[in-house]
Design a binder for this molecule. Sequence first.
Ligand code: CTP
Ligand SMILES: C[C@](O)(CO)[C@H](O)COP(=O)(O)O
Length: 250
Amino acid sequence: MSDESRPTPAQTSVAAVIPAAGRGVRLGPGAPKALRALNGTPMLIHAVRALAASRRVSLVIVVAPPDGAAEVKSLLDAHALPERTDFLVVPGGESRQESVRLGLEALPPQYGIVLVHDAARPLVPVDTVDAVIEAVRDGAPAVVPALPLADTVKEVAPAAEAGAPEPVVATPERSRLRAVQTPQGFDRATLVRAHESVTDNVTDDASMVEQLGLPVVAVPGHEEAFKVTRPLDLVLAEAVLARRRLNDGF
Ligand SMILES: Nc1ccn([C@@H]2O[C@H](COP(=O)(O)OP(=O)(O)OP(=O)(O)O)[C@@H](O)[C@H]2O)c(=O)n1
Ligand SMILES: C[C@](O)(CO)[C@H](O)COP(=O)(O)O
């Protein structure tokens, strides 16, 4: 690679935005989901540590519940985090999409690569984080970690009336489908453009890049990067942590 085509340090500096402003309605009543404990430690702290475990991530921006930024700052201060990583906390918005945008607005200019990672995926292994970063560094404007599906997926039409069975209209070929996780990784300019241009409600950031007509690629995800969404997911997360403690010998 010639000196001219070699990316500059600014182009390859990596920041992570962690949207953590959701209420966690599907998890049931209680504190905002990101602040609920897993093995005695808030889910958000697990997620922050998971991203900061990558030596390539030098800034983590946490997007806190709209009225919870001070509490989240105190939480970060109260827990051991890597010294090489900087942390910022900003208040979030009404939707995940808005929270990510608010996190992006706080991003200092020197970061050329941005990861967006759900606080609700607290156990993502560092190898998955690094694989996403590597693919962006290799030139992909948008990268998602993804896993093949175990279930067959059906497309349904609306039910005739509330509570009635939903008509099945199609069965997409399963081998071509993937369940996508986070962190999703982006060339910064691409992600900023996507958030400026796409106004539809979407469920992930990569789909906004798809709407721009730009390529998105998938790298292997990890089973432990699952999203804590419903009560049973908390049981699974505690079990994964217990297995890690056993493997670590304490
Ligand atoms: N207004 C919102 C909504 C969601 N999120 C974040 O986006 C991630 C994925 O969202 P999800 O798992 O759906 O979390 P909740 O919105 O909290 O869950 P629910 O839909 O059950 O209320 C979470 O880390 C959540 O905190 C956010 O930052 N701001
Ligand atoms: C971004 C995401 O985690 C990818 O699978 C997912 O779409 C978030 O969905 P949620 O309903 O906001 O949890």
